[in-house]
Design a protein around this ligand. Structure first.
Ligand SMILES: Nc1ncnc2c1ncn2[C@@H]1O[C@H](COP(=O)(O)OP(=O)(O)OP(=O)(O)O)[C@@H](O)[C@H]1O
Length: 307
């Protein structure tokens, strides 16, 4: 649906986005992840048609290259501006009219979106009295006023308190079925919770991308944590000879054992402990999270700077 090819943006001497290639599919919720300065906002501003790429191309399947693709996109900037003296209802009607609707159409759409975003009760109140979460929900309603096919949200939950954050995440979950959503965040658990596809950027480049479940499979490690009544360093040598054991490490009295086959390793480990009459004082199974994937790909990039 969106084909991004060799997209680059330079600001004087800063390369904000460095030749990225992406294919984004219709109907998905896509999270763009990355630390500060990764190039997320710059990528979004190019997609939304607010700034021109230095080179490369963005092609929308449903929009002819000669056409303005902006009607196709709803955009919520990282720091949205509102007229605080207006009510939420007035603001949405104004935004609808600015996007080319008649007053009657804009009113109807505003009513609908205020209900969708849970702002019905506050619709005749001034925006200056809205909480951060309410403003962000109003911002999402504004981005959806013209029924865009693609909703681009720049860090929609970063500045919110836990309640506001939860409200916006829940709203995004309900919007998933009606539009393609592309949003940025540096909080991986938010991305994991609501998105189907993850794109990780660092220093202007895409360093990893894939469907959430594929990335989980690729990066999730299965780890056994155990403690036995024997010096761990001695026991570790025996553990390393077990099949499927990939890596072991010791932290105090605990041994961490990474395996490629949890069932087989658990069985052989427990029979080893019984055979050797060892006292098992701790046994648990952990899975690493995508958080570690995020740190790994970001960390890898950071260290490659020193090459
Ligand atoms: N208008 C500009 N002029 C000069 N440099 C810019 C401009 N906009 C962005 N940059 C630089 O481009 C790089 C990428 O910035 P960008 O805002 O796209 O990152 P980001 O991933 O959105 O970061 P954040 O999470 O902090 O919002 C940064 O080094 C930033 O300083």
């Amino acid at each position: 649906m969106i084909h991004i090819k060799a997209l680059q943006k330079k600001f004087q001497n800063t390369v904000a986005v460095s030749s990225i290639d992406l294919q984004l599919e219709e109907g998905q919720t896509i999270a763009l992840l990355g630390p500060n300065g990764a190039g997320k906002t710059t990528t979004f501003r190019m997609l939304a048609g607010l700034i021109k790429p230095t080179s490369g191309s963005i092609q929308f399947d449903q929009v002819a290259p000669s056409m303005d693709h902006r009607h196709y996109i709803g955009y919520l900037p990282q720091y949205p501006q509102f007229h605080g003296w207006m009510t939420g209802f007035e603001f949405l009607i104004l935004m609808g009219e600015l996007s080319g609707m008649s007053k009657a159409e804009a009113k109807e759409r505003a009513e609908l979106l205020l209900t969708r975003t849970g702002l019905d009760e506050a619709k005749h109140k001034r925006i200056s009295g809205y909480s951060g979460g309410m403003k962000q929900r109003l911002g999402i309603a504004q981005a959806m006023i013209h029924q865009p096919k693609l909703l681009i949200l720049d860090e929609p939950v970063s500045s919110l308190d836990p309640v506001g954050r939860r409200d916006v995440l829940n709203l995004l979950k309900t919007l998933k079925n009606e539009t393609t959503i592309l949003f940025s965040t540096h909080i991986l658990s938010d991305a994991e919770e609501i998105s189907d596809y993850l794109v990780v950027m660092n220093k202007g480049r895409v360093v990893e991308q894939g469907h959430v479940h594929d990335l989980e499979k690729k990066y999730q490690k299965q780890v056994i944590k155990l403690a036995v009544g024997e010096q761990p360093d001695h026991f570790i040598q025996t553990l390393e000879t077990l099949p499927y054991v990939k890596q072991t490490r010791q932290e105090g009295q605990h041994i961490y054992l990474e395996t490629t086959d949890m069932d087989a390793t658990r069985a052989s480990l427990l029979s080893l402990i019984i055979d050797k009459h060892l006292e098992l004082t701790h046994f648990s199974i952990d899975k690493t999270t995508l958080e570690e994937m995020f740190l790994e790909v970001i960390g890898f990039e950071a260290s490659s700077d020193h090459d």
